[in-house]
Design a protein around this ligand. Structure first.
Ligand code: SF4
Length: 123
């Protein structure tokens, strides 16, 4: 399993009792404190920023759709091709060579930093 985990020893120990980092991407040291690994640990404050960011994005997307903006802007690049397995491929009409959104492929820390900067700008 990968992803982001909350930096709370009690929660991490509940997710993986021995804290060896076999099933989750974080380990606990002998004192039961989290050992950072691959920037997979985030504070509650960071989770709050991520929640606000996602909520804002979803609201913005819903507002765009409500206003009639149904442009096709699939994501492509960095090993990702949104159209590749899309169920709507045969009917959507998106043609090869049309502009697409580039996949930024940010790692955890870069993504959290970008979200934090945007959140701080809005404070
Ligand atoms: S095939 Fe069409 S609907 Fe599906 S991801 Fe690509 S652009 Fe979007």
């Amino acid at each position: 399993m990968n992803g982001l985990l909350i930096n709370d020893p009690e929660i991490l120990a509940a997710m993986e009792k021995d804290g060896e980092g076999v099933f989750i991407p974080a380990k606990l040291d002998k004192e039961g404190k989290p050992v950072k690994s691959d920037n997979c640990l985030a504070t509650l404050e960071t989770y709050g920023r991520i929640f606000r960011y996602v909520n804002k994005k979803l609201t913005s997307m819903a507002q765009s759709l409500y206003e009639g903006d149904v442009r096709r802007e699939p994501v492509k690049g960095g090993g990702t091709d949104a159209c590749r397995y899309c169920d709507y491929k045969t009917v959507c009409g998106f043609e090869k060579g049309k502009p697409f959104r580039k996949n930024l492929r940010l790692d955890h820390s870069a993504a959290v930093q970008a979200i934090t900067e945007e959140d701080e700008e809005n404070e």
